[in-house]
Design a binder for this molecule. Structure first.
Ligand code: G3H
Ligand code: 13P
Ligand code: ZN
Length: 312
């Protein structure tokens, strides 16, 4: 099966009360770990590429890795998505370069500027058979290309969503309900909370419309412990409780973005391997457990959190 858009997978996910995992890819081991897990569990999956990933690995290498994964996994629906496209040019490059979905992230702009930019991307994307994710509201957190201080973050205003979706023509909408990017989502002692009331109000105003949750890693504490015990330093790394993600997946959320948990899984595996095998210097020796850690993390998400196993 060639790359697919997210249209069909979101419709089934919305109706079925589950969500599709959107996992960030940066290299071969990550692509293989994710797609092997999705394939074995017969789950649809979204592979997403950030501007930082395109800079690190180059567009053509990522494209070829995904093509290879499609050939190797025969049959499950796979979408290739641009994560946090910052301007029209990067969206156009990914549309022209074979992606089936792009995100235009105009969340740092004014409402009117966000609408104008998103509409421009939607017109180009739809003319090329590609779907578009927009964003309203600002998530906190730090990644290569996304850096929003907690005080600058703001929840999505449900009163704006109908106008945004109608005027832009977007196919899905990312909203801010208290998740954030990276591995430090809450302060120690702080009770993790998401604004499910906002999600409910958004879905009431946009019936049947797929909602996207960014910043949805759970930062498993057993893996943080391994990292910290094997020479790492990730004090107070805290994520979103999985129970909250299950709840969101049962509501209008059809796409759940996970990157940090893959990073944590790989780092824990590599640090443990290096500590236990100080003489190893062949990258295959430590990238083999790293790839296996990605696969088991993604399998866990699909089976126990997203509910997308068997839905391919
Ligand atoms: O939300 C951002 C993703 O986790 C990608 O992160 O920009 O460091 O590749 P990155
Ligand atoms: P995490 O940092 O929580 O994995 O979020 C990833 C993300 O939202 C990618 O767009
Ligand atoms: Zn994101």
């Amino acid at each position: 099966m060639p790359l697919v858009t997210t249209t069909e997978m979101f419709k089934k996910a919305y109706d079925g009360g589950y969500a599709i995992g959107a996992f960030n890819v940066n290299n071969m081991e990550i692509v293989q770990g994710i797609t092997e897990a999705a394939s074995e569990l017969n789950s649809p999956v979204i592979l997403q590429v950030s501007a930082g990933a395109r800079k690190y690995a180059k567009h053509v290498y990522l494209m070829k890795l995904v093509e290879a994964a499609i050939a190797d996994t025969a049959g499950i629906p796979i979408a290739l998505h641009l994560d946090h496209g910052g301007d029209f040019e990067i969206c156009k490059a990914c549309i022209d370069g074979g992606f089936s979905s792009v995100m235009i992230d105009g969340s740092s702009k004014s409402f009117e500027e966000n609408i104008a930019l998103t509409k421009q991307v939607v017109e180009y994307a739809h003319a090329h058979g590609v779907v578009v994710e927009g964003e309203l509201g600002k998530l906190a957190g730090i990644e290569d290309a996304v850096n929003v201080k907690a005080e600058d973050a703001s929840y999505t205003n449900p009163a704006e969503v109908e106008e945004f979706v109608t005027r832009t023509g977007v196919d899905s909408l990312a909203i801010a309900i208290g998740t954030s990017h990276g591995a430090y989502k809450f302060k120690p002692g702080q009770k993790p909370q998401l604004r499910f009331d906002i999600l409910e109000e958004v879905s009431r105003r946009l019936p049947g419309f797929p909602i996207v949750l960014h910043g949805a890693s759970s930062v498993p504490q057993d893996l943080v412990k391994v990292i910290n015990e094997c020479g790492g330093a990730m004090p107070n790394a805290i994520g979103i409780p999985e129970e909250m993600l299950r709840q969101a997946a049962g509501m209008a959320v059809c796409k759940i973005n996970i990157d940090s948990d893959i990073r944590v899984a790989m780092t824990a595996a590599i640090r443990k391997h290096m500590l236990e095998n100080p003489s190893h210097f062949d990258p295959r020796q430590y990238l083999t457990p790293a790839r296996a850690a990605v696969k088991s993390m993604v399998a866990h998400k699909i089976s126990d959190v997203l509910g997308s196993a068997g839905k391919a």
